[in-house]
Write a new protein. Structure first.
Length: 410
């Protein structure tokens, strides 16, 4: 036998540990960067943003293990139904037993017109965007779909502008910078995933599904933002609370998902392949997906549609880093460069929003100062007038004159 190392370990063990340490450092650095970028919004918003990215990464990794080559449970439709049902149950218990306002579970709580024009569209676009995204991967592969998916922040910003939400030029720069970073990250994936021998009709069909998924996702986010923060869209209607919106949205979205899953997946096979291990993984995915749904809604309300979409793109960096740390994969240089661009886009976007908010607050302060100055001037002039009258009255008394008295009628 040949010579061995004194430690008895393979020579590559040190490099593996170094790669793992670097990957974990990148993941930790990402959350530190989010905290630094959003520090002006306070610790609550920073915590929500970090939890949003964390649960997004956890949900995707669990679903990858559940439906991928790990457990090979090929029933994502029924798993999605479980995710949606958790939200429905929580909202039902909250409004029925905790708040004692079960009428908020009914569409009439916001008016039939508002329900049909907004909530129904949100409920339909949520499962449709997932379905179209999965269909697109069948025709053109995951890499191409990932590249098209980077258009989500841009599509969201454009739609939110159409609905009336204004963005500064700096914020638009952040949107397109994050888009460029997403393209770079996804391009590293498309070089490894080819379309294959598919004919032009199949490729065209896949592209249509991919773009439709992006538009559906952007429409859902903008419509939710429109209901949560109508004042940002110059709308005078009353805002809807996050839990009230979910109580109206998710029952319909769950019904649509059940119809879709019943046509595309076999319920009997899903039940037969269910093992205790798979059930535990599904339970973990339900917990992470439920936390993601509620935290993501609060992040959307606090940061807006475009910022939430941009921050959501940071999950690619975390997944790549964790894959290096625990799955033995390697991060291509393109992923590192693209991740930096996405993070830079978040910083630029937040800087633009902060400048707009500072300008608005300064305008409010100047208005308040002018009002207070006018008031002070008015008070000063009244005081001077009273002093002059007092002096005149004193002069008249010194010369033996009596002050004028008011004559009473009659």
């Amino acid at each position: 036998a040949g010579p061995t190392l004194p430690t008895g370990r393979p020579s590559s063990a040190m490099s593996v540990e170094v790669d793992r340490a670097l990957a974990l450092s990148v993941t930790l650095g990402l959350f530190v960067a989010i905290a630094v970028i959003l520090r002006s919004r306070g610790p609550r918003i920073v915590t929500l943003a970090c939890l949003f990215v964390g649960f997004l990464v956890a949900t995707q990794l669990i679903m990858k293990e559940l439906c991928g080559e790990g457990l090979k449970y090929k029933f994502p439709g029924f798993v999605t139904i479980c995710h949606f049902m958790c939200v429905v149950i929580i909202c039902f218990c909250y409004w029925t037993f905790w708040m004692r306002e079960p009428w908020r579970l009914l569409p009439s709580s916001i008016g039939s017109e508002r329900y049909l024009r907004n909530v129904v569209l949100i409920a339909v676009s949520q499962p449709i965007s997932v379905i179209f995204n999965n269909k697109a991967m069948v025709y053109v592969g995951a890499g191409v779909v990932a590249i098209i998916g980077t258009l989500a922040p841009v599509a969201t910003a454009v739609l939110s502008r159409v609905f009336g939400r204004a963005l500064s030029f700096t914020s638009w720069g952040g949107v397109f910078t994050a888009f460029a970073g997403g393209v770079v990250v996804s391009w590293s994936e498309v070089t490894q995933v080819s379309v294959g021998d598919s004919d032009s009709a199949a490729v065209t069909t896949g592209l249509v599904f991919a773009f439709s998924a992006v538009l559906g996702r952007a429409a859902k986010i903008v419509l939710i933002d429109f209901l949560l923060s109508p004042e940002e869209y110059k709308n005078e209607k009353e805002a809807i609370s996050p839990l009230h919106l979910y109580a109206l949205q998710f029952p319909l979205a769950t019904a649509i998902s059940i119809v879709y899953a019943s046509f595309t997946e076999n319920a009997r096979e899903a039940w037969e392949q269910l093992t205790p291990e798979i059930a535990m993984v599904i339970g973990a995915s339900c917990f992470c997906a439920t936390m993601l749904n509620f935290i993501g809604l609060h992040v959307l309300k606090e940061l807006g549609a475009s910022a939430q979409q941009i921050i959501g793109k940071l999950n690619t960096i975390c997944i790549a880093s964790l894959s290096v740390a625990f799955l033995g994969e390697h991060i291509p240089m393109a992923v590192a460069i693209g991740s930096g661009l996405v993070l830079l886009g978040v910083a630029i976007f937040e800087s633009g929003n902060r400048h707009v908010e500072d300008a608005e607050s300064e305008g409010d302060d100047s208005d308040g100062d002018s009002d207070s100055t006018s008031l002070e001037c008015g008070l000063d002039s009244n005081a001077v007038l009273k002093e002059v009258m007092a002096v005149q009255q004193g002069i008249m008394l010194d010369h033996g004159a009596e002050p004028a008295k008011k004559k009473l009628p009659g």
